[in-house]
Design a protein around this ligand. Structure first.
Ligand code: FEO
Length: 162
């Protein structure tokens, strides 16, 4: 069964969203590096690389379905934040936004009875649950510890192990 044009376009849009996510996290990594928070910078660098892998998964799927891949322009990410908590809150909100995008793709595939795309998207549904949990739990930890310099120091050390 051929992939519909609307589904192909929606997945091409998602490839851009994944690269945009990668850039957002790369900018966050640079922000932390500049602040001397190497653990947080490292965590965000890993996240950047994961987002590139997400984009590559969608690209591979379109290749597999014989669809033309449109390599997107990447939006310029935000560069400055109030503090580490602000960065992780932004990342958490961003992951919730990405989840809503993935769910829309699932809705679209389901309406089209496109079972192959639904099966491919299952991985992303699971991944989004993990990504929301990862970012959300860092926000919770910083808030629990009082979001002062000591809290940031502890969490920075912990995130170096990712
Ligand atoms: Fe590719 Fe963080 O979602």
């Amino acid at each position: 069964m051929k992939l519909s044009d609307s589904m192909a376009n929606a997945i091409n849009d998602q490839i851009k969203a994944e690269f945009d996510s990668a850039y957002i996290y790369l900018a966050m990594s640079a922000y932390f590096k500049d602040a001397g928070l190497d653990g947080m910078s490292h965590w965000m660098d890993k996240q950047y690389k994961e987002e590139v892998e997400h984009a590559e998964k969608f690209i591979a799927y379109l290749y597999e379905r014989g669809v033309r891949v449109v390599i997107p322009e990447i939006s310029k990410p935000k560069e400055s934040y109030n503090d580490a908590l602000d960065v992780f809150k932004t990342a958490y909100n961003h992951e919730q936004y990405v989840t809503s995008r993935i769910y829309k793709l699932v809705d679209m595939a389901s309406a089209e009875k496109d079972y192959a795309t639904m099966s491919m998207l299952k991985w992303f549904v699971d991944e989004q649950m993990e990504e929301e949990d990862n970012t959300g739990s860092i926000v919770a930890k910083l808030e629990f510890l009082g979001n002062d310099k000591h809290a940031v120091y502890i969490v920075d050390r912990e995130l170096a192990a990712r």
